[in-house]
Every structure is written in C-alpha cells, then in structure tokens.
Design a protein around this ligand. Sequence first.
Ligand code: CO
Length: 156
Amino acid sequence: MSEIIIAGNPILKAVAEPVTVFDKKLKFLINDMKKTLYEANGVGLAAPQIAISKRIFVADDGESGFEAYINPEWKPDGDETIIDSEGCLSVPNLFGDVERYASVIVKYQDMHGKRKVKKASGLLARCIQHETDHLNGILFIEKAISLHKGPKTDEE
Ligand code: CO
C-alpha cells in the first residue's frame, strides 16, 4: 500500500510518462495500487496519486470488476454529457459537479502490454475521464461547475 498524495503536490500537476516496460516491477506497482484503491474505498486511482508519474490508473466501479488501464486514451461515444457529483482521493472532503461524456471508448494496455478496447458508460465512464485527467495533471476541482464540502465535514 502507498500513501495518497494531496492536491498542492506538484506531482499531481505533471503530465505523466507513458509506460514502455511491462515487467514484474509493473505488476508489483499495479498490485500496490489495487490495495491502495480498496483500502481508500475509491472507485479509481491514478499512479500520480501515489507520486508515480506514469500513465496508469486502476478502477473498480463495483459492477465490471477491477481493471488496470495502462497508457489509456479515451474518446467520446456519442455527444451526450452528464453533470454529476465527483470526488477525489487527492482532494479530501470536497465534492463538485463535473460535466463528463455519458459514454466513452477507451483504448489501453493491460499489465502484460496487451492492447485492449472497452466501451464504458455510467460511473466507469466518469471514472475513466477523471483518472485520465490525473495523467495529464488535471484535477476535477479545475473542471467543477460548483464545489461543496462532503457530508463528513457538514455535520454542524
Ligand atoms: Co482523482
């Protein structure tokens, strides 16, 4: 498990480097990211969030299972967009409404380097867009239409 870094850390602002070597070290990293994701009860986690500036994210939307996305590139599948609430493990206790494409097609490589293509909608589509933003140094708070504090800090 790794520590998740918080907004303000310059690593989160960097454009992450593509993965070119698919070795045991990469498998170890993916496994660590998986543990870190589940420990934090997250839907997605990008490598820059554990201070590793590589184009990798992991996700589990609770429906389609765990997947590691390496060198991901997505494009919209249709024009429909949805505005919905979003949070981020690197931005604790802050939520915001973000407009995202309802459906996307993502191309990526798995941990063996095999090329894959996936259609995603719903939470997974939102997650893919949010996590790919992390790989380009962008946080959801820069795209949010409105921001509000989470329920945990709203107890007064
Ligand atoms: Co995030």
